[in-house]
Design a protein around this ligand. Structure first.
Ligand code: SIN
Length: 297
C-alpha cells in the first residue's frame, strides 16, 4: 500500500490528468476494464467552472520522442461533470482525484467547494500549469500567486489539495515551497513544456492554438531533475511524471524522491501501459532488493 496525502492506494501508479478516458474505455471494453484497471488512483481530466470547447484543431503533433498537445481543456464544466461523469468515475476500482482549473480565485473557490463536498472524491488536484490556457500558467509560474491561491482554497475543504506544477517556471522548487507553505498537501509534476511545430509546407504554426505542451520521453530528463529538486525542497509528497514509459523509468522517479508516479503520453500508445509499468516496477524493485541484500545477482 502507498499513502498519498492520507489516502491509501494499492500501489504508486496514477495517470496524468487528461491522458486516459475510463468512461470511453468502459464503453469499449465493458466491465473487463474494472477488473484490469491500470491505475491505483484515477486523476480526472481538468474541469473548469463553465463548459469549454477547447482549442481549434489541429490539436496534436507527434515529435520524434513524444507529443505536442494544444487541447485547451475542453470539458463539460462543473455542473456537467458532477451530473454526468462523477457517478461513472466513482465506479472505478481506485480512489478518485478530480483536477480543477479556475480563471480567478472566485472560480477556484466554487470548484473546490463543490468538488470537495462530494464523498466520491478522495483528492483534488489544482491545475495551475496548463500551458494552453494563459491564466493557468501565470498562477503556477509565480510563487506568491500560487501561495495566495492555495491559502484562499485551503479552508474550503478537508480533502487533500495537490498542486500541479508547471515546468515553465524560473524556479519550480520555489513555487513548490510556496504551495507547501500555503497548505498544499502534495505536488504533482511536471506538466508539459511549452513548445511548437510548424506546418511542413506553409511554415505556419501547425497547432490551432499556435503553441502547445511537449510531453513523452523527450521531457523525461527534465522531469526527473525537477522531481529531484522539488522533492528535496519540500516535506509533502510528490507525484512524478514526464515521459515515464517503463518500470525502470518509474523506479528512477521514485528514487528521485517521488511518492507516486503518473503515466501520461505512454497510455496513448498503449492503453494498458499503467498495468505494464506497475508490473515492471515490481520486478525492478524485487531485483534491487535481492541485489542489495546480497541475494541473486
Ligand atoms: C490541455 O487540455 O490543454 C492539456 C491539459 C494540461 O496541460 O493541463
Amino acid at each position: 500500500m502507498v499513502d498519498l496525502c492520507g489516502v491509501q492506494l494499492r500501489g504508486p501508479v496514477l495517470n496524468g490528468s487528461g491522458t486516459y478516458d475510463p468512461i470511453a474505455a468502459r464503453r469499449t471494453f465493458g466491465d473487463e476494464l474494472l477488473e484490469r484497471f491500470p491505475f491505483d488512483c484515477f486523476v480526472s481530466k481538468t474541469i473548469t467552472l463553465a463548459p469549454r470547447q477547447g482549442n481549434p484543431p489541429p490539436r496534436l503533433w507527434e515529435t520524434p520522442a513524444g507529443l505536442i498537445n494544444s487541447i485547451g481543456l475542453p470539458n463539460k464544466g462543473l455542473e456537467g461533470f458532477l451530473a454526468e461523469d462523477l457517478p461513472k468515475l466513482a465506479e472505478l476500482p481506485a480512489p478518485l482525484c478530480v483536477s480543477v482549473m479556475g480563471f480567478d480565485h472566485e472560480e477556484l473557490r466554487r470548484l473546490v467547494t463543490e468538488v470537495g463536498a462530494r464523498e466520491e472524491v478522495a483528492l483534488i488536484e489544482l491545475n495551475f500549469s496548463c500551458p494552453n490556457v494563459e491564466t493557468g500558467l501565470i498562477m503556477g509560474a509565480d510563487p506568491s500567486e500560487t501561495a495566495s491561491a492555495v491559502s484562499a482554497l485551503r479552508p474550503l475543504t478537508t480533502k487533500p489539495l495537490i498542486v500541479k506544477l508547471t515546468p515553465n517556471a524560473t524556479d519550480p522548487a520555489a513555487v513548490a515551497k510556496a504551495a507547501e507553505g500555503a497548505g498544499a498537501d502534495g505536488l504533482s509534476l511536471i506538466n508539459t513544456l511549452k513548445g511548437m511545430a510548424l506546418h511542413p509546407r506553409t511554415r505556419q504554426p501547425w497547432l490551432g492554438g499556435t503553441t502547445g505542451g511537449v510531453s513523452g520521453p523527450a521531457v523525461r530528463a527534465v522531469a526527473l531533475e525537477q522531481v529531484h529538486s522539488v522533492s528535496r525542497a519540500v516535506r509533502i509528497p510528490t507525484i512524478g511524471m514526464g515521459g515515464i514509459a517503463s518500470g525502470r523509468d518509474a523506479a528512477d522517479f521514485l528514487s528521485a524522491g517521488a511518492t507516486c508516479i503518473a503515466v501520461g503520453t505512454e497510455s496513448f500508445r498503449d492503453p494498458t501501459a499503467g498495468a505494464r509499468i506497475a508490473a515492471e516496477l515490481e520486478l525492478v524493485s524485487r531485483k534491487e532488493r535481492e541485489f542489495s541484500s546480497g541475494g541473486v545477482r
